[in-house]
Design a protein around this ligand. Structure first.
Ligand code: NDP
Length: 330
């Protein structure tokens, strides 16, 4: 028997409920690699899958957990053998497929990445999808010309998971980081991660009808979208880029005009971590191992167990989780 967080749905009311259950291992999906899970984490999507589902979960009962790290126990694929340390993020694991909120998982070999040298499975889950996505965003900005020394890089939703890791990586790479937060009490935390400037959320949430605003930012990692992304695009310096990662503030880009693109050559770069090709995933994990200061990562961690997940899932949907949660599933 293995412990797992199982979400069930009442067909009549449509309501879901989540609790820790001991389940028989034979209930795991039939796939190529069985992993003894050490740790998982909590992302915004996990909040949806633990709770209302958000259209992401296909079948109930369901085991959520979009990320996990652990040790291979059995494998029918030559690339992995028992004892190998592995990480999984994305591929709709924890949504359409059973995920990492259990002591074991069974997944396709293609979905796994070897644990990068220099990281423990706990650190890998402190990074998780949120951190991988931050690194992919930074890499995309660099591929489009971002270099230190040309002015501040803006990070929105900075005290959240994606924002915290992006702040720490950019600061370590020598960038001046301006962190946007709606939680003024996180200012010291954000400065400890390397932010040199705190921008109040309210400064960027009013929709502007102006075609352009003063040029302020040399790059941006945006986890918020909504009115904030509409404003930020108009404040980008000539020829710079915004990496659009999330939609914590809404799925539309409110007040957006074409002017920043055609008058300032601003780029809007879409970042997806879920279907990211293997080669770029490995490159991003290697960059995380080299460019994310581990003492800063430790400062972001909140420890949790499987039984804490229903509460944490609700908290992350309300924007109340600071930094990264590491879930010890054992
Ligand atoms: P978190 O909840 O940890 O962080 C989101 C942060 O956004 C909050 O902490 C808050 O930051 C800010 N925020 C929340 N609500 C609002 C609002 N209404 N207006 C403005 N700011 C707001 O989530 P994650 O960091 O895990 O994920 C962030 C986003 O990125 C989500 O939308 C998620 O779905 C998406 N995502 C996308 C991925 C991809 O592959 N593209 C992968 C991972 C995540 P503060 O308190 O500092 O203001």
């Amino acid at each position: 028997m293995i412990n797992a967080l199982v979400v069930t749905k009442d067909e009549e009311s449509g309501k879901t409920s989540a609790s820790v259950e001991a389940i028989d291992e034979s209930r795991l999906p039939d796939s190529e690699v069985v992993v003894a899970v050490d740790y998982s984490t909590v992302n915004y999507k996990d909040g949806l899958c633990i709770g209302p589902g958000g259209g992401l979960v296909r079948n109930y009962p369901h085991v959520p957990g979009i990320d996990f790290a652990g040790t291979v126990e059995k494998s029918t694929d030559d690339r992995y053998k028992p004892g190998d340390k592995v990480v999984l993020t994305g591929w709709r694991v924890g949504e359409a497929h059973w995920g990492g909120y259990a002591q074991k998982a069974c997944v396709r070999a293609d979905w796994l990445v070897p644990l990068p040298k220099g990281l423990t499975t706990r650190q890998a889950m402190a990074v998780g999808t949120a951190g991988l996505t931050s690194m992919l965003a930074v890499m995309a900005l660099e591929d489009h010309g971002l270099e230190p020394g040309h002015g501040p890089v803006l990070v929105t939703g900075a005290a959240g998971g994606v924002g915290s890791v992006a702040t720490a990586i950019l600061a370590k790479l020598g960038h001046e980081v301006a962190a946007v937060t709606g939680r003024p009490e996180t200012a010291e935390y954000l400065k400890s991660l390397g932010a040199s400037q705190i921008v109040a959320r309210e400064e960027l949430t009013e929709v502007s009808r102006k075609p352009l605003e003063g040029e302020a930012w040399t790059g941006c990692v945006d986890a918020v979208a909504g009115a904030m992304l509409g404003r930020v695009l108009k404040q980008m310096k000539y020829g710079t880029s915004v990496a659009a990662v999330g939609l914590a503030g809404g799925a539309a880009i409110e007040g957006a005009l074409i002017t920043p693109f055609i008058l300032r050559g601003v780029n809007l770069l879409g970042i997806d971590s879920v279907m990211q090709p293997y080669k770029n995933r490995v490159r991003a994990w290697e960059r995380i191992a080299s460019d994310l200061p581990m003492d800063h990562l430790d400062a972001m961690i909140q420890n949790a167990t499987l039984s804490d997940l229903p509460g944490l899932g609700a908290d992350i949907l309300k924007g109340k989780v600071r930094g990264r949660v590491v879930v010890d599933v054992n």
